[in-house]
Every structure is written in structure tokens, then in C-alpha cells.
Design a binder for this molecule. Structure first.
Ligand SMILES: NC(=O)c1ccc[n+]([C@@H]2O[C@H](COP(=O)([O-])OP(=O)(O)OC[C@H]3O[C@@H](n4cnc5c(N)ncnc54)[C@H](O)[C@@H]3O)[C@@H](O)[C@H]2O)c1
Length: 413
């Protein structure tokens, strides 16, 4: 990460903050921010790079979901921006390093829709294993077609989970409750839940699983993780699910294995390129295939999850705006604070020796008494929150802003 000093003293009270929420974020987010005195504008769809650059001047808090991309160019055009709330789990639609280097905090909702994704996966594993879409389409087409051939109970079958994080591990528990055997592979060491068995490679999972489901994160290295070779390694008659990220899977290869009959079915919720707005056209090489469930990235889209995400992420934005808390920020050092008493300074700086000493010496030189202080560092950045007994004059703020290590200085009261 390249951290360049961007001195931007902030003297406004949280009540003067303005927020822009895109992509149909739950109304609870507006309530949470509104009750904290933040003025909120909402827009239903995502914005393109140029639309975002035009909309952001004057905006301190931005709320997006997975479709809006916040690039370095967008951040350069948003000098007032202090924090971005990703009202979803993934944050790879945001240039996190560029945001950190400009002192823009990024928050997400790592757990709010975990259960919703798990329930959709379970329903799809059962639907595909019982060929429900095939029976359903036949009857809708006016054809009575009753058969037990190729339909199975899920009890006793093996679920292979690739990526055993929040979703993968919760899925493991629910699948075992249905009587499934669970095997998994994760690049990181993970505690196996219940009777689940950790295997030493993805390939090992593919050779034993009757259903393979991907729950890896969106790191760049996962691009093309699952292609012709991996589909070929799956058991004949197995089913495949991807509710993680679209770019992880080669849909051409998946199509080939569904058309040849090697795989018995698939459920896909995420696509490498997804339409931006409801009503936009959609195309995929997977359209029209039998026993293939396609859903428009709705794994985490339940009213329960959206409400929880709305409350959770808006709370993070409010707490950062109001009292500088970076609890669960994905790109800044985490300092967990409650409401302060008196005046509070949030100083984000380059993590080099002596910065804290300089901050304290500047305050001492101006006769400012420190009543509380908390510092955390992360990589190239340090963040110190300081409560002081007196109001601060422009001399002390200018001196702190002028420090060569200062990335961003915020004054909160
Ligand atoms: N479809 C939806 O609506 C929806 C909703 C929520 C989350 N998601 C996506 O689901 C995925 C999982 O979410 P989560 O909250 O469980 O994330 P998480 O970060 O808790 O877990 C991801 C796990 O994958 C592992 N992993 C990463 N790369 C791997 C690889 N190549 N092989 C094996 N393991 C690997 C990581 O070590 C981690 O344990 C994310 O991509 C997220 O964006 C989709």
C-alpha cells in the first residue's frame, strides 16, 4: 500500500454529515443515520464510475452494495468522503488500499446474510437432488412425467464445501442436521464443525462429494478457480453450486459437463458480469439447461438479512462519523471507541516511529491536556483517537494537519 499524506482537517459535528445510499439499501439504514443527524439521499440503482464521480462531492458517507465500483479515480474525485459502507459481505468492488491511503474507512456486514445463503444452498441441494426443476418445467409445459430414476434423498449423501468460512461452516452444521456427510477444503486452518472432515486438497473433495458447493472469498487469486479440470474430477451424477463469486467459475466448462450428462445439475447465483439494474437484460451460457437453477445474486437477499445489514453497516458509519470508531473496518487500524466527552481527535497517519510522540508534543506545546488516548496500527497505517479537555484552536489543528505523516485528521465533539 502506498500511503501519501492527504491532510483534510474535519471540523464538522456528526450532525452535519451527509450520506448517499445506492442500490436499494434497507430503509432501516436511513433511520439509523437520520437519528444520528446525518442527512441521507437515496438512489435505487448502482452508479457508473462517472456518475459516482459527479455525485460524491459534498458526500461524507457512501453506502453501496455489490454492483457499484469505487475505484481510485472515484476516490480522487471525492475529497469529502470519509467512509464507505458496503451493505453486503464482499468488498472487492472497492479499491480498499486507495481508500485507506486517502483516510476513507470501509465497513461491511460480514455475518448478516450468512444464514440466508446457507438456507438457499440447502434448498437447492435438495431441489437438484430430487430434480424438482425438471418435474416443475414438465408440468408447466403440460406433460405428466413421474419417475424415481435419478432422484435421491440427501440423507447419507456427501456434501463437499470449498471455503469453510462464515457461510461454509454454518452450512456444514445445517447439512449434517439433514443427515448429510460433510467434507471440506479451506486454504486456511479451520475448526471442523460437528462430524465434518477436513480434506487436504480441493481435488480430494471433488472425488468423494455428491454435491460440491463453493464458498470461497473474492480474492483475485480465486479467478478461474473452478474450470474444465475441476468439473472433470467431480463424480459422475454429482451436482455443483456456486453462490460465492462469479469470476471463480468457468461457465463454458460447467455447461459442457451439464450438457454431456456428467453432472446431474447445478445452481448458480453469481456471475462474472451482472446486470446493473432490475429489468436489464441478462445472458449466460447456462440459460436453458435442464436441472440448472439460475438466480440473480439473491443468496443473501432476504428481508431478514437486508434488515440486519441495514442496521449493522449504518451503525458502523454512524459510529465512525460520530466518535471515530473503526471497529470492524476492513481497511484501517481498528480503534473501538464509545461516545467521547469533550473534544476528540481522530488522527490517521503513516505507521512510522515517533508519530504518537509528535502528536502529543504538539498538543502539549499548545497547552492541551489529554484525557484519554487509544492507538492501533495496521500495516502502513496508524490510527490514534485522542480525547482532550479543552476546545482546540486552529493553531493546534493546523500543526497536526501539517505533520508529514498525517493521512487524515478529524475533529469530533
Ligand atoms: N450469493 C450471495 O448473495 C452471497 C451472499 C453473501 C456472501 N457471498 C459470497 O460468499 C463467499 C463466502 O462468504 P463468507 O462470509 O463465508 O466468507 P469468509 O471470508 O468467511 O470465508 C471464505 C473462506 O474461503 C476460504 N478460501 C479462500 N480461497 C480459497 C480457496 N481457493 N480454496 C479453499 N478455500 C478458500 C478462506 O480461507 C475462508 O475461510 C464470499 O465470496 C462472499 O462474497 C455471496
Amino acid at each position: 500500500m502506498t500511503v501519501s499524506p492527504v491532510s483534510a482537517p474535519y471540523r464538522g459535528a456528526p450532525g452535519t454529515a451527509s450520506a448517499l445510499l445506492l442500490e436499494n439499501i434497507h430503509p432501516l439504514a436511513v433511520d439509523v443515520l437520520g437519528r444520528a443527524g446525518v442527512s441521507v439521499q437515496q438512489r435505487p440503482g448502482a452508479l457508473s464510475e462517472s456518475e459516482l464521480m459527479e455525485a460524491l462531492p459534498g458526500v461524507k458517507l457512501l453506502g453501496i452494495r455489490s454492483t457499484t465500483h469505487v475505484t481510485e479515480k472515484v476516490l480522487d474525485a471525492a475529497p469529502d468522503l470519509e467512509a464507505i459502507g458496503a451493505f453486503c459481505i464482499g468488498t472487492n468492488q472497492i479499491d480498499l488500499e486507495a481508500a485507506a491511503a486517502r483516510g476513507v474507512a470501509v465497513f461491511n456486514a460480514p455475518f448478516s446474510n450468512t444464514r440466508s445463503v446457507v438456507e438457499l444452498v440447502i434448498s437447492e441441494v435438495i431441489a437438484l437432488t430430487r430434480q424438482l426443476t425438471v418435474f416443475d418445467s414438465a408440468l408447466h409445459a403440460g406433460v405428466w412425467q413421474k419417475s424415481a430414476a435419478g432422484s435421491h434423498e440427501v440423507r447419507g449423501r456427501t456434501l463437499g464445501i470449498i471455503g469453510y468460512g462464515n457461510i461454509g461452516s454454518q452450512l456444514s452444521v445445517v447439512a449434517e442436521a439433514l443427515g448429510m456427510r460433510v467434507v471440506f477444503y479451506d486454504t486456511a486452518e479451520k475448526l471442523a464443525m460437528g462430524n465434518a472432515v477436513r480434506l487436504s486438497s480441493m481435488e480430494e473433495v471433488l472425488t468423494v462429494a455428491d454435491a460440491v458447493t463453493l464458498h470461497v472469498d473474492g480474492r483475485a487469486g480465486n479467478g478461474g478457480l473452478f474450470g474444465a479440470e475441476q468439473f472433470a474430477a467431480m463424480k459422475p451424477g454429482a451436482i455443483f453450486l456456486n453462490l460465492s463469486r462469479g469470476f471463480v467459475v468457468d461457465h463454458g466448462a460447467l455447461r459442457d459437463h451439464l450438457v454431456s450428462g456428467h453432472l446431474a445439475g447445478a445452481a448458480v447465483d453469481v456471475f462474472a458480469s451482472e446486470p446493473r439494474r432490475n429489468g436489464d437484460p441478462f445472458d449466460s451460457r447456462l440459460r436453458g439447461l435442464p436441472n440448472t437453477i439460475l438466480t440473480p445474486h439473491v443468496g443473501g437477499s432476504t428481508e431478514e438479512a437486508q434488515e440486519d445489514i441495514g442496521r449493522f453497516v449504518a451503525g458502523k458509519l454512524r459510529d465512525y462519523a460520530a466518535h471515530g470508531s473503526t471497529s470492524l473496518a476492513v481497511n484501517l487500524p481498528q480503534v473501538i471507541t464509545d461516545a467521547g466527552h469533550g473534544t476528540r481527535l481522530g488522527h490517521l497517519h503513516q505507521n512510522v516511529p515517533g508519530v504518537l510522540a509528535t502528536v502529543n508534543s504538539v498538543l502539549a506545546q499548545h497547552g492541551v491536556n489529554i484525557v484519554g488516548q487509544s492507538l492501533t496500527t495496521r500495516g502502513q497505517l496508524g490510527y490514534v483517537v485522542t480525547d482532550v479537555a479543552s476546545t482546540l484552536d486552529s493553531g493546534v489543528l493546523d500543526a497536526l494537519a501539517a505533520m508529514p505523516e498525517t493521512v487524515r485528521l478529524r475533529v469530533l465533539s
